[in-house]
Design a protein. Structure first.
Lengths: 170, 533
């Protein structure tokens, strides 16, 4: 136990300051937390749905919870069910084999729900486009509030996008 | 070396194979006269402890022929690539002999081949695999004359489909359906557990949810677009795919990439391996309720990815390996930064390993959980990290009896890591040791990086074909390439090691309890997208 605690102590706190919301004005973390509370009455919960990605976007979404970005430490939490979620973070392209599952998950999410399309594929179909197997953009299947482009988008871009989605819909 | 064509006979079978030219993995090309021929060769490969590496189909009616079935086997010497021509008979599905009785791994590949190309086996399992109901059963996307509309859905209605899972009966037996959307941040797939209490009697997977039609997009693509698509078959293995594709194209077009490019490719591949192993070791700790492990390893992974961004302009090094070489060079300062980071990461990983090893609760979850013995691993044609953790000394980067790895690994002297136990603990141990070995290799590569060009021109060669095989972090990544007469891509098949490993996961979870499944699953960390295409 002691070596473990020593290791934790030695590592220290690595969490970096929050980035600016995309296109939004500079705001402090405290104000942002207030903002989130105002919009949602509690911390933001996100249900991530991979609707057909190459798993590149998932790698970066995973990174959001590493100690540098520490999204959960800021009150933004990934949850296991769409019924617990305020926001759906959807990666694409939406395959036709996932089209129905995505619709069901969307319907299960309580209002007011935010939908954020992640990655070039989620935004516009990316290299996969629309075909017999692909519906392309997330927007083609469920309504989207905000798009975060990139292949894959960096964790910073993801954070900025998530913050922008919250602040534009308050 | 190009102009020497080596012919080869395997195990006294009557098929004559010709060595593929180029600097890539040792691949031999052969033609089976008929189904009997193919079956006999498959049996012979199996008898010599070989594996089925990949299987796919091709519509060659535009070339005035019928259909072609491609089977890539793996033997100690390398990869015999056997093709079987099948005559087209109107709209009917040509039939070839079922190989799944010899290699169980063939089952899903054969079913996918039927769904996509419309050539079928004479076997009993005719359930669709990649086709769920989004397109009609008698419409085959990879046939050249497949009529469809442009855009989303290609004009077909999307019907929900029923899938015949194998039923488990008996008192107290019940099913737990999971997915396609899972609870975590993970790709979609459906798992059907048959359980008694919390003990798993059987797991049956139904995949294909990630099928986005990559192979159809590759038909008619040019070289550069092909590289972008193949680099996105499975994002966590983008370097392995890009290299395998480049190898296949270079072998087909008879181009040799410069030595510096090969070393830089190896540098990227090893960095990809380390990044994934770091992430998985953290996640494995987390799945055994040791969140400390996740935090610590994710920190190291983030440092690692940030240096990728700094040196290669991309955190996962996507689109950096292309046919002919690589697109960007590194300077001495970059190499020094990399060497320094390798030292730091080695020290940190050693400390974390000591903490993992000393943690009784963690070891209790890891040991004996999700075990696959050597015989089963062989039977399932398993490759890569999972095979090595089941005691099979098999690594495309390392020398073995009768096999010389392709450049630059031949001169690096890779020391493959194995573990006899086959359980989660073994896969954790192999990952730790592979990190150390990759860090050593990275240092070697950085110190011995040859000078010169990093890229040569590649002119597509009409009607040529090639196969690339790369030892990715998960296992053997194969890419088969066939050019059309006009130099565009006629058919590309990217093959993920997950095809073989998914059925292994079904076996690994048997007799364990449901709560152990996430841990066992993560110890393999298989690609859904890679096998769903």
């Amino acid at each position: 136990m002691i070596p473990l605690l020593r290791h934790i102590f030695r590592t220290g706190i690595l969490t970096e300051p929050m980035p600016e919301a995309e296109g939004g004005p500079q705001r402090e973390i405290d104000r942002l937390h207030d903002e989130i509370l105002k919009v949602l009455g509690r911390a933001l919960t996100i249900r991530e749905i991979d609707a057909g990605s190459c798993n590149g976007c998932e790698l970066e979404i995973h990174a959001l919870n590493n100690p540098y970005y520490n999204l959960e430490g800021r009150g933004i939490k990934f949850v296991a069910s769409p019924r617990h979620a305020d926001m759906l973070l959807v990666t694409g392209p939406v395959t036709r084999n996932m089209e129905n599952a995505l619709r069901i998950a969307y319907d299960c999410t309580p209002d007011p729900k935010l939908v954020v399309a992640v990655g070039d594929c989620g935004c516009n179909g990316g290299v996969f486009g629309e075909s017999y197997a692909s519906c392309g953009a997330v927007d083609n299947v469920v309504g989207v509030d905000l798009r975060i482009p990139g292949c894959p988008p960096t964790p910073l871009a993801l954070m900025q996008g998530i913050l922008a989605a919250i602040s534009t819909t308050k | 070396m190009y102009f020497i064509t080596l012919s080869m006979i395997f195990h006294a079978e009557p098929i004559e194979f010709v060595r593929q030219p180029g600097l890539g993995a040792p691949v031999w090309r052969g033609r089976a006269a008929d189904g009997e021929d193919l079956l006999r060769f498959a049996i012979s490969v199996h008898r010599h402890q070989g594996r089925l590496a990949a299987l796919w189909g091709e519509d060659r009616r535009q070339q005035g022929a019928g259909y072609r079935l491609h089977c890539v086997f793996a033997l100690d010497e390398g990869w015999p690539w056997l093709s079987l021509d099948l005559a087209a008979e109107g709209d009917r599905c040509p039939v070839y002999p079922d190989l799944s009785g010899i290699f169980p791994a063939a089952n899903r590949m054969q079913r996918a081949t039927r769904d996509l190309v419309g050539i079928a086996t004479d076997g009993s399992d005719q359930r669709p695999w990649l086709r769920h109901g989004a397109w009609p059963a008698d419409w085959y996307p990879l046939r050249h004359d497949a009529v469809h509309e442009v855009g989303m859905g290609a004009g077909f209605a999307n019907f929900p489909s029923d899938y015949e899972f194998v039923k488990v009966g008996g008192e107290g037996a019940h099913e737990i359906p999971v997915g396609p959307i899972h609870a975590g941040i993970i790709e979609p797939g459906h798992f059907r557990f048959s359980v008694v209490g919390e003990r798993v009697l059987r797991l049956e997977q139904r995949l294909g949810y990630q099928h986005k039609g990559v192979e159809k997009l590759l038909i008619g693509a040019d070289l550069a677009h092909g590289a972008r698509l193949v680099g996105r078959v499975s994002g966590d293995s983008t370097c392995a795919y890009a290299w395998a594709y480049a190898d296949a194209v270079e072998a087909a077009c008879r181009v040799e990439p410069p030595p510096r490019a090969l070393h830089l490719r190896a540098l990227m591949l090893e960095r990809e391996r380390v990044a994934n192993h770091l992430g998985d070791l953290g996640a494995l700790g987390n799945d055994a309720a040791f969140a400390f492990g996740l935090t610590q390893f994710m920190r190291l992974k983030e440092d690692w990815l940030r240096l990728n961004q700094q040196l290669f302009g991309h955190r996962f090094m996507m689109d950096r390996i292309v046919p002919g070489g690589v697109v960007m060079d590194v300077d001495a300062a970059a190499l020094a930064a990399m060497i320094e980071q390798c030292g730091v990461v080695r020290g940190e990983v050693r400390k974390l390993r000591a903490l993992y090893d000393a943690h009784a609760g963690l070891q209790d979850r890891f040991a004996t959980t999700g075990a696959i013995d050597t015989a089963l691993a062989r039977e399932l044609s398993l490759s890569g990290m999972a095979a090595r953790a089941s005691g099979i000394l098999l690594d495309g980067r390392a020398h073995r009896q009768g096999y010389t790895p392709p450049a630059p690994y031949a001169q690096l002297g890779v020391r493959p890591v194995t573990d006899e136990r086959g359980d989660v603990a073994a896969r954790v141990a192999v990952r730790f040791d592979e990190i150390y070995e990759s860090l050593r290799l990275l240092r070697e590569i950085a110190l011995g990086l040859p000078g010169g060009e990093i890229r040569v021109e590649v002119a597509p060669l009409g009607d040529a074909s090639g196969l690339g095989a790369i030892e990715g972090w998960r296992g053997e990544v194969l890419v088969g390439v066939q050019f059309a007469a006009d130099g565009r891509l006629a058919r590309v098949h990217p093959h993920d090691p997950s095809w073989q490993a998914w059925p292994a996961l079904e076996h690994a979870v048997m007799k364990d309890i449901v709560p152990d499944f996430p841990l066992i699953n993560k110890s393999f960390n298989l690609s859904y997208s890679g096998a769903d295409l």
